[in-house]
Design a protein around this ligand. Structure first.
Ligand code: HEM
Length: 410
């Protein structure tokens, strides 16, 4: 999040990316920013933006100065108190924790996300994928038929959440990643109310599920995490609710966009599909390049905890900093032909899963899901052609993808 980032400041969207077309292709703006204002203050959002690869990596790798905990921002507690609520449980997760607390929160769950543990899910993910591809022919929307339902089901399956509640999850996670419809006070207020309502509904839902698993453990992630214990340290009830919320949001919309963005990259170069089919190109390198080229998470947020020099500017203490992964991944100082999709690019040191302490816990799962989904699509159909439609970017200020991607297959 990073990926699961429901609470990032609502106003974090720069003016230059406010139109549909700009957010669909932000890359030229990033290029200008890397050249002219690689580290800049934006008075409109009262935030700092960082665009170059080395600087973005430095921000992510320097927890001592760039905190992932939004409560370190002056005024945060007052804002929450004014809203009359306690902070959402998701703030009590690893994503928003700094060392040393971060290590406790991540340490208790990370074994369940190691590549070996994740590989055991492959059979079930394949079955799920087949059930979604079954019956698809001619024309369909890749997002609603394939890229969205698979990750939601996989997380639901792993957590032990009944798949019948899936539709509800989509609505929750869609709302959590939304941005306000306008910058007016009324729109911001409506946005905040929707966010709070959803967080409360999710908390109540997971609270009941956790209680049920405490009473009767099952062979699922929730039961395992309730039981996880390192040196007598466990997750509290609220931390457990936060963890469930985080996985649901971090694990689904990001992977949905990886699958769709990858297909957008592949169909833009039909040779790639031929080479994948002929076994001349590895699907994993093509997915890595899609992660770089159209990164599902374009930006992550930090708070400077002391005055800091970066790119010749001084970022003051207590200000928000947006590290643009999507720009770092196109930095011509690091990547040759950075604005080209090079399906077999090696090496490919993209920052799409973040870097350092908060490096994406779900990266092995996301890669496996994308691989199974894309491979299954390629096995099932010979040709893919995007239908002529006006693509709509999804309504989020840090997640990047399209609302729908209709394709013609044969
Ligand atoms: C293509 C799909 C995905 C992308 C692009 C992605 C991206 C990211 C990024 C950029 C971060 C770092 C955020 C930061 O530094 O603030 C992150 C963290 C995280 N991601 Fe993912 N993610 C993806 C899929 C998943 C999945 C499938 C899961 C879980 C099932 C997941 C769970 C997490 C968690 C728990 C964290 C927090 C890690 C920490 O703070 O230590 N992500 N992700």
């Amino acid at each position: 999040m990073g990926a699961a980032d429901p609470s990032r400041p609502a106003v974090s969207f720069p003016d230059a990316l406010s139109s549909r077309q700009q957010w669909l292709e932000p890359f030229e703006w990033y290029r200008q920013m890397r050249a002219d204002s690689p580290v800049r203050y934006d008075p409109q959002r009262d935030l700092w933006d960082v665009f170059r690869y080395d600087d973005v990596k430095y921000v992510l790798d320097t927890d001592s100065v760039f905190s992932a905990d939004p409560t370190t921002m002056p005024g945060f507690e007052t804002q929450v108190a004014d809203a009359g609520d306690e902070p959402p449980a998701v703030f009590e997760t690893m994503l928003f924790a700094d060392p040393p607390e971060h290590a406790r929160l991540r340490g208790l769950v990370q074994e369940f996300f190691q590549p070996r543990a994740i590989a055991e899910q492959a059979g079930q993910i394949r079955e799920l994928t087949d059930s979604y591809l079954e019956g698809l022919e001619n024309e369909f929307d890749l997002v609603s038929e394939v890229a969205y339902p698979i990750p939601v089901d996989v997380i639901a399956m792993m957590l032990g959440v009944p798949t019948d509640d899936r539709r509800q999850f989509k609505q929750w996670s869609d709302t959590l990643i939304e941005r306000p419809s306008a910058q007016t006070e009324a729109a911001l207020q409506a946005y905040q109310q929707r966010q709070q309502a959803v967080q409360q509904e999710m908390s109540a839902y997971f609270s009941a599920l956790i209680e049920a698993r405490r009473a009767e453990p099952q062979d699922d992630l929730i039961s395992a995490v309730i039981d996880a214990d390192i040196e007598r340290q466990r997750l509290s009830h609220r931390e457990l609710i936060g963890f469930c919320t985080l996985l649901l949001v971090a694990g689904n919309i990001t992977t949905t966009n990886l699958i769709t963005n990858a297909m957008r990259c592949f169909t833009s170069q039909p040779r790639v599909i031929d080479e994948l089919n002929a076994g001349e190109l590895s699907i994993s390198s093509a997915i890595e390049e899609a992660l770089r080229y159209r990164s599902p998470v374009q930006a992550v947020f930090r708070v400077a905890t002391e005055p800091t020099e970066l790119g010749g500017r001084t970022i003051p203490e207590g200000t928000g900093v947006v590290a643009w992964l999507g720009s770092a991944n196109r930095d011509e100082r690091i990547f040759d032909a950075a604005d080209e999709f090079v399906a077999d690019r090696q090496p490919n040191q993209h920052l799409s899963f973040g870097y350092g302490t908060h490096y994406c816990l779900g990266a092995p799962l996301a890669r496996l899901e994308a691989q199974i989904a894309l491979q299954s699509l390629l096995e099932r159909f010979e040709t893919f052609e995007p239908l002529e439609t006006e693509l709509q970017p999804i309504r989020s200020s840090f997640i990047y993808g399209v609302e729908a991607y209709p394709v013609l297959v044969s």
